[in-house]
Design a protein around this ligand. Structure first.
Ligand code: DGL
Length: 278
């Protein structure tokens, strides 16, 4: 099923996707640490948030996106989305003849190295999947893990309400059980949440180590590109941005969150839905 449409080449783009602006926190790490790579970013903004979707819905979205990316000739796909990684990664990996990387395993391993009492904040779907807990305990069987689903964060971040006092109140509430548990390490188990780091720095005691799984994901990408002989070191990199919702809104919020305003192109939902694998 869904084999390579064309052979991957070193100069091919790496496809990176998320439900919205969350994956930009991963894109930023890739741009910093793999600066020669060309990238194709897709934000599924017509269907954000992903965090309260069922597994079958998410699987459908992820299959559509990877099929579309394959048609664009990407050499690798990166799920810059914990929810997709938790609920769909293992299944779609077996379906596509293309390297597909998720964010949970690299994040869990980094957390297991960093601490013993580990809090994970994420979408409700990621928390309910127990994907982080299982992966952390596999790496460090004596660690203790607390997972908190934070459904209000993604809509607030998509509207760039990081500085809103309401967001601070919501964050304080979500973090309360983790403070009571006396965690030493906190994992951003959703790629949207590193956008909250100015707020987190104000709320959290400085003794708590913050883990952004994107950093370890980028190391895993570099390794995989080397193993496959797909590392790009020949051409000037390009970055293309696509969304399924409103391109102007995405460009505006990206500008506010990231400090650069990308040129964003639309991909219609009708086109994506037409790519669904039965
Ligand atoms: N940023 C994604 C994640 O890491 C999806 C969040 C959402 O759309 O609810 O889980």
């Amino acid at each position: 099923m869904a084999k390579f449409l064309q052979m991957p080449t070193q100069t091919g783009k790496i496809g990176v996707f998320d439900s919205g602006v969350g994956g930009l926190t991963v894109l930023r790490e890739i741009m910093e640490h793999l600066p020669a790579e060309s990238l194709l970013y897709f934000g599924d903004t017509a269907r954000v948030p992903y965090g309260n979707r069922s597994q079958s819905e998410l699987l459908r979205f992820v299959r559509e996106i990877i099929t579309w990316m394959q048609g664009q000739g990407v050499k690798m796909v990166v799920m810059a989305c914990n929810t997709s990684s938790a609920l769909a990664l293992e299944i779609v990996r077996a379906e596509f003849d293309l390297p597909i990387l998720g964010i949970i395993l690299p994040g869990a391993r980094a957390a297991a190295k960093a601490g013993r009492r580990i809090g994970v904040i994420s979408t409700v779907a990621t928390a309910q999947s127990n994907a982080y807990k299982q992966a952390i305990l596999e790496a460090s069987p004596t660690a203790e893990v607390w997972q908190v689903g934070c459904p209000n964060f993604v809509p607030l971040i998509e509207q760039n309400r990081i500085d809103d006092p309401y967001t601070r109140a919501v964050a304080t509430d979500y973090l309360k059980p983790l403070m009571v548990a006396n965690i030493d390490t906190l994992v951003y188990g959703c790629t949207h949440y590193p956008h909250l780091s100015p707020l987190m720095d104000k709320i959290l005691p400085s003794s708590i180590r913050l883990i952004n799984p994107a950093k370890s994901l980028v190391s895993a990408m570099a390794q995989e590109l080397d193993v496959l002989g797909l590392r790009n070191n020949r051409v000037k990199p390009e970055i293309d941005f696509y969304v399924s919702g409103d391109p102007d809104k995405f460009a505006e919020v990206s500008g506010q969150l990231m400090g650069f305003t990308p040129k964003v192109k639309p991909v219609s939902l009708a086109l994506l839905e037409g790519l669904a694998i039965a």
